[in-house]
Ligand binder design. Structure first.
Ligand code: CU
Length: 137
């Protein structure tokens, strides 16, 4: 009986350890439409990996751009890659394009606290107010 109690105690400890919080990546879902990002602002922490799921709920292509930001571990998934319509050769530190109704994933770890402007680089969208802020705390 003593052994059973000990086993139960160990089992409980293991369960607690596995079920503990320790979320090491912040998962955020951002919706894009004409002409806004939601939520706005988006708050993240310096040094903590961020995974942003971009859902385009609009009826045209949108993208998520931050022109200048210090990040590590950058990766994207499911986006459209480069714009076909874009004629500029701008280099953005963060850039994921998502087709109407599509989803893209952007992963990065911000390294410098600050407030960064997010915008959509599809012609006319930024001018129409498609901007937001990323706050790195
Ligand atoms: Cu847009």
């Amino acid at each position: 009986m003593k052994k059973l109690i000990l086993l139960l105690a160990v089992f409980t400890l293991v369960l607690t350890a596995c079920g503990g919080k320790a979320v090491d990546a912040a998962a955020i879902t951002v919706t894009m439409k004409e002409f806004a990002f939601d939520p706005n602002p988006i708050k993240v922490s310096a040094g903590t990996p961020v995974e942003i799921t971009l859902m385009n709920e609009g009826s045209v292509e949108h993208d998520f751009v931050i022109e200048v930001i210090s990040v590590t571990d950058l990766s994207t998934e499911g986006g459209m890659g480069e714009h076909e319509m874009s004629t500029e050769h701008e280099e953005f530190d963060l850039h994921t394009s998502v087709a109407a109704g599509g989803t893209g994933i952007l992963r990065f770890t911000p390294t410098e606290p600050g407030t960064y402007q997010i915008f959509c680089s599809v012609p006319g969208h930024k001018e129409a107010g498609m901007i937001a802020e990323l706050i790195v705390e």
